[in-house]
Design a protein around this ligand. Structure first.
Ligand SMILES: C[S@@+](CC[C@H](N)C(=O)[O-])C[C@H]1O[C@@H](n2cnc3c(N)ncnc32)[C@H](O)[C@@H]1O
Length: 301
């Protein structure tokens, strides 16, 4: 059996009972190690907890070395561990398809994901639109296709979850060009950098998918003991120090329910200002009123 097991968001104990039982009977255990990190447990702690060695699986191994991961999984039990949920903002469908093509039975054991735990900031999951990913800009690569998705969400009043880039095992361009297997230290995008990039692209596009005054929610370390929420405008959050990773951001939609707003007020020192910011944003982004089509004039016949 090839087990795809979600680890949950933070602690080694966040794995489900069924997930742990599966891990304990597995011959080889891979931990996917490039789309997220388990904030409160290192590889060694997991190994001690499971009583088994854990192999870190970087992007290259998962994307080009899936034969190695699936080796013997038709005869023995193998586990592939994913932080959060295996299908939460990470698609390991390719691995599942390969396993199925090789006649290997697959079982998925789900867990909590940032995609649902984000609801703990008080915003209703029903009111979210498309999720977008913000990557680190470089001098000559500043992708902004996410902007149109935020715009689409905002047009129909929905909130946008923005997931932030992480770089866990990256080579510098120079090392890559010289074929040197030297890796840069891990980097995690912060809320403030994400907000700066949002403002840069809004200025370049100028079509007002949002403005510097649009309210947003900064979410750090969901599910960890020091999880934190902070609300503010995008401009304010571009100055906010959210501390240790992992970070996510929610850009508020126009349809912010009063209960959602009441919950969000917990995360500001200035409730009156935040209420005003939300009201102003909702007013600014109200769609043009619907005008009925002109009736045909029967007298013209
Ligand atoms: C590509 S997603 C992978 C999600 C994961 N498979 C899951 O189900 O939660 C990784 C991004 O989600 C966000 N994220 C994941 N866990 C988080 C957490 N506990 N707190 C805040 N943001 C988180 C961060 O922006 C991070 O870079």
């Amino acid at each position: 059996m090839f087990y795809l097991i979600g680890l949950g968001l933070s602690y080694k104990e966040d794995i489900t009972v069924r997930g742990l039982e599966a891990v304990k009977k597995c011959e080889r255990i891979y931990l996917e190690h490039y789309t997220s990190i388990l904030m409160a447990a290192e590889k060694e702690e997991l190994e001690e907890f499971y009583g088994k060695p854990v192999i870190l699986a970087d992007r290259e191994l998962v994307e080009s070395g899936s034969d190695e991961i699936l080796l013997d999984a038709d005869k023995k039990d193998m586990a592939f561990l994913v932080v959060g949920d295996p299908f939460g903002a990470t698609t390991h469908t390719d691995l599942v398809l390969r396993a199925k093509k090789a006649g290997i039975p697959v079982e998925v054991i789900h867990n909590a994901s940032v995609m649902n735990a984000v609801g703990s900031c008080g915003l209703q999951l029903y009111n979210f639109g498309q999720t977008v990913s913000m990557v680190f800009f470089t001098d000559n690569w500043r992708p902004d296709s996410w902007y149109d998705k935020i715009w689409e969400n905002r047009k129909i009043g929905l909130h946008t979850l923005v997931l932030l880039d992480i770089k866990v095992k990256e080579q510098s361009l120079e090392n890559m060009a010289r074929g040197r297997l030297i890796y840069e230290p891990p980097r995690y995008m912060s809320i403030s950098q994400c907000c700066e990039q949002l403002l840069e692209i809004e200025e370049a596009r100028g079509t007002k998918a949002y403005t510097k005054d649009t309210p947003a929610v900064a979410i750090s370390r969901l599910g960890a003991a020091n999880q934190t929420f902070k609300v503010g405008t995008i401009e304010e959050l571009s100055q906010y120090d959210a501390g240790e990773p992992l970070h996510s951001l929610v850009i508020l939609g126009r349809q912010c329910h009063e209960l959602e707003l009441e919950y969000l007020l917990e995360f500001t020192d200035n409730s009156e200002k935040f209420k005003k910011d939300v009201a102003a944003d909702q007013e600014y982004f109200k769609p043009a009123p619907w005008v009925p089509p002109a009736e045909e004039d029967d007298n013209e016949l």
